[in-house]
Design a protein around this ligand. Structure first.
Ligand SMILES: Nc1ncnc2c1ncn2[C@@H]1O[C@H](COP(=O)(O)OP(=O)(O)OP(=O)(O)O)[C@@H](O)[C@H]1O
Ligand SMILES: [Mg+2]
Length: 134
């Protein structure tokens, strides 16, 4: 895996989320993603950013253009040092929420990505990496 470009941003406020959506869209366009794939990765980014702010107490995201086996993709890593998630299988289920949401953010982000990796434990924060390939 080669990293073509890398950009780190804070994920603390609603304005940060707007900026992340715009940056992810721009990177996706630069990588040649079609409109549907642009929207998929922007939507996934938006959900993970909202969770980072709402549940993780804020954190950061690393936005990377990557290349592997001759294909290009966009990799996003959201990290926070919040309370973490005790039961990952439960949290990934459609409809599970502890915050009065729809409980579709994590599961939706997984469906909208090609690769999805989550690491989280109580007291250790949460780190989620997604990749969408062109
Ligand atoms: N970064 C995080 N830190 C701690 N807990 C998290 C984090 N992200 C998600 N969770 C937990 O996982 C649950 C499910 O997240 P998900 O995004 O699927 O649903 P939601 O945010 O509750 O609702 P929705 O995103 O549909 O508005 C959350 O309610 C929360 O308990
Ligand atoms: Mg959510």
């Amino acid at each position: 895996m080669t990293v073509l470009l890398s950009d780190q941003r804070p994920v603390l406020t609603a304005e940060d989320i707007v900026g992340i959506r715009q940056a992810v869209r721009q990177r996706a366009v630069e990588l040649g993603f079609n409109l549907v794939d642009q929207t998929k990765i922007v939507t996934a980014a938006s959900e993970l950013a909202r969770n980072t702010v709402q549940y993780g107490g804020g954190g950061h995201v690393v936005i990377e253009g990557v290349e592997e086996f001759g294909r290009r993709g966009l990799r996003l890593t959201f990290a926070d040092e919040g309370p973490g998630i005790a039961d990952l299988d439960l949290a990934m289920k459609d409809g599970y929420t502890t915050g009065g949401g729809l409980g579709l953010g994590l599961s939706g982000a997984r469906r909208l990505s090609n690769d999805f990796h989550i690491e989280s434990a109580p007291g250790k924060g949460t780190r989620i990496t997604i990749t969408r390939w062109r």
